[in-house]
Design a protein around this ligand. Structure first.
Ligand SMILES: *[C@@H]1O[C@H](CO)[C@@H](O)[C@H](O)[C@H]1NC(C)=O
Ligand SMILES: *[C@@H]1O[C@H](CO)[C@@H](O)[C@H](O)[C@H]1NC(C)=O
Length: 354
């Protein structure tokens, strides 16, 4: 990739949750295809378990606890050089890296400039379709792989558009001192994605929505990997349906920024079906069913912006603003850090506004 192009995309940053609530459609963006999101992240321990085994107590760890950085990407990791700098300033032995990419894609000297990513792709992966349950399956594969290392104690899910906003030591400490997972999760009274056929496995009052980008403690990652029933219901009843009305009269798929399968669109055009985006509901709803909500900090650590772009192109897509070289100066990044401190209050007022 030419250097100039690289630095522009490098600076692209990430995308946010609060504004997304205001525009439920725009929230569709919080998925793999989402362009740049900024992230703060996080860390690490237990034993290899088959996905269906009940969680066991973590064995004693010999080394320091690790933060597992889980990258859910389309192919390579475009911002690998930024992450490389981040990991280089980190402490060896306090983090691990896993990448879920398209089947067959390998991370080596020809596909990444950062040794931290060499060979870090999962041995097994699925072909992920935007808005389909495969997105959630890919997430689970990342959690399952990272659980194999007993030192991994915190699990940070990241897209290929995320960059770290803070340095390694700050993020490591931030995550390790929190005994809770960070999961944006709320009840959206305006959406109609809950399908009564999901009952009784998923009761209506347990249905939740939130950002796909979560940071989990080990026990919660085990809950996800151990779940079969709720996922099964999602596979059956929670799929994305793209209607022609949604796409507009002359949809420009390229501009929308993701590949939709022809089948998805035709289906939506001819039939009234529930439109449901699994990755915006699965983890949140599963934790609510399992009674874990009091173990969550109900916010994501990924910052995104949905409505501040002056580029009309961004307004046309289902994606949050892409931070570019000009919109990611040190001053701008600092102001984002300051705004993160008021994010909690911002959300709070929004809920009052409901
Ligand atoms: C990391 O960032 C924190 C806060 O932003 C700062 O106080 C600390 O000195 C930084 N540490 C390193 C090793 O750069
Ligand atoms: C973005 O949305 C927020 C909340 O609605 C609003 O306060 C802010 O002014 C908007 N920013 C722009 C640039 O439109």
């Amino acid at each position: 990739m030419p250097a100039a192009k690289r630095s522009a995309s490098a600076a692209s940053v990430l995308a946010l949750t609060a504004a997304g609530r205001r525009a439920p459609r725009a929230r569709l963006c919080l998925r793999l295809a989402a362009p740049l999101s900024f992230l703060l992240l996080l860390a690490a321990l237990l034993r290899t378990q088959p996905p269906s085994a009940p969680p066991a107590a973590p064995p004693p760890s010999t080394g320091p606890a690790k933060v597992a950085f889980l990258f859910l990407v389309r192919a390579g990791v475009p911002l690998d050089f930024l992450w490389d700098a981040f990991f280089r300033n980190g402490e060896e032995g306090k983090f691990s890296v896993y990448v879920h990419s398209a089947p067959g894609f390998e991370l080596d000297r020809t596909t990444t400039g950062s040794p931290y990513f060499y060979g870090r792709q999962l041995a097994r992966s699925v072909k992920v379709a935007w808005g389909e349950p495969t997105m959630v399956e890919a997430e689970r594969m990342l959690f399952a792989a990272a659980l194999e290392d007993p030192a991994n104690q915190r699990f940070v899910l990241l897209s290929d558009s995320c960059v770290p906003l803070y340095n390694f030591s700050y993020i490591y400490t931030y995550l390790m001192v929190s005994p809770k997972s960070f999961v944006d999760s709320f009840v959206d009274k305006t959406e109609k994605r809950y399908n009564p056929s999901m009952s009784p496995v998923i009761p209506k009052d347990k249905w939740r929505k939130g950002s796909q980008w979560v940071t989990l403690i080990r026990r919660h990652a085990e809950v996800i990997v151990g779940d079969k029933h709720v996922l099964q219901v999602f596979r059956r009843h929670c799929k994305m349906v793209v209607t022609k009305a949604l796409l507009g009269r002359k949809p420009n798929y390229r501009r929308l920024g993701f590949g939709l399968r022809r089948k998805q669109i035709l289906k939506g055009a001819t039939r009234m079906e529930h439109d449901c985006i699994p990755d915006e509901h699965y983890v949140q709803t599963l934790f609510s069913i399992k009674g874990l909500e009091n173990e969550l900090e109900r916010r994501t650590l990924t910052y995104t912006v949905w409505n501040q772009s002056s580029d009309p192109k961004d307004k046309m897509t289902w994606h949050p603003m892409t931070f570019e070289y000009e919109t990611a100066s040190p001053e701008q990044i600092n102001s984002i850090k300051v705004s993160l401190q008021i994010l909690f209050w911002y959300l709070f007022f929004y809920f009052i506004g409901l």
